[in-house]
Design a protein. Structure first.
Length: 310
């Protein structure tokens, strides 16, 4: 995971997973990506045994670091935030060595590489508004001209970073496209703008192929169009609609097939906008509002996989 000292425990989904694992009697070991190293076909890490407490000011204790092989562990949770860069890919290579020796890695390393959170929705065009992925500014301008009001964003960001709302009449359109594509050298995504963003960008959690029955609707903050909580948005839990459930029925089987046990679908209005597989959030907010224990479902599934493999 990312540094545990910097998390906000009241809304950190990794922390919810840690609390649940500890409550079940699992020993916890803490690693950051830079702690991993491969040697002679096995992957090792400088690990620290971890104890967690549901306390906003004093939430963890760590032992001294010791070197252990990851294949000594039953389950490894990969919960590092984007950017999805080469360091992230190298970490998945390391985790794949452990997976090949019998450790369950959540989510599966190959799928973390394959299921880019923006690009992956191309597998479900029936769920999405018109979209284009290209580094070619001319194609992107033509797409904006065709669909009028659009959003353009990089393929490797998170939390609403570098997301632009554009239109054909926007005098800044050319410079936005030049900047975001790095002068036609980097592919980006353009999507038709979904007006229903004013009613919330819904985060739907999928656990082992099953949707949590409530979504966290995230509303844009004052003076912004992005519903990301990291950009000042607010949130409210709501039941899934029939359309939400249909979208889940289209996406969830493919997630399960790929070994993605925990994912977050972003749905705006009736449309799928992203599939988050690296470190989806919103467990704690939904647990608190609806009396759920979402991490329990994840560990039920993970423990069953480990038992069946053993």
């Amino acid at each position: 995971m990312d540094p545990i000292s910097g998390i906000k425990t009241y809304k950190d989904s990794t922390f919810a997973m840690l609390l649940e694992a500890q409550q079940r009697g699992h020993a916890l070991y803490y690693m950051q990506p830079e702690d991993l190293f491969a040697k002679d076909g096995r992957v090792f890490a400088h690990m620290q045994q971890l104890e967690v407490r549901d306390n906003r000011t004093d939430w963890f204790s760590l032992s001294d670091a010791a070197i252990r092989s990851l294949d000594e562990l039953d389950i490894v949770l990969m919960r590092r935030d984007p950017p999805f860069d080469m360091d992230y890919i190298y970490a998945t290579y390391m985790l794949e060595l452990a997976e090949n020796r019998g450790t369950l890695v959540i989510n599966r390393p190959q799928s973390l590489r394959d299921a880019n959170e923006k690009f992956f929705i191309n597998n479900f065009p029936q769920c999405c508004v018109p979209m284009l992925i290209s580094s070619n500014s001319t194609l992107l301008r033509e797409f904006v001209a065709q669909h009028g009001h659009c959003v353009v964003k990089p393929l490797d960001g998170m939390g609403g970073e570098s997301v632009f709302q554009v239109s054909e009449a926007d005098l800044n359109l050319n410079v936005i496209l030049e900047t975001i594509t790095r002068h036609d050298s980097r592919p980006v995504m353009a999507q038709k703008f979904i007006d229903e963003i004013s009613s919330g960008d819904k985060r739907i959690l999928i656990v082992n192929g099953e949707p949590v029955p409530y979504a966290l609707a995230r509303f844009p903050g004052e003076g912004d169009f992005r519903g990301n909580l990291a950009k000042g948005g607010s949130s409210k839990g709501i039941p899934l609609s029939d359309r939400d459930l249909w979208i889940c029925s289209q996406v969830a089987p493919e997630l399960k097939r790929r070994g993605i046990l925990f994912a977050g679908l972003d749905v705006i209005g009736d449309w799928l906008s992203e599939v988050n597989v690296t470190s989806p959030t919103c467990i704690r907010e939904l647990d608190e509002q609806f009396g759920l224990n979402i991490a329990a479902g994840l560990f039920d599934a993970a423990e069953e996989i480990v038992r069946n493999a053993g």
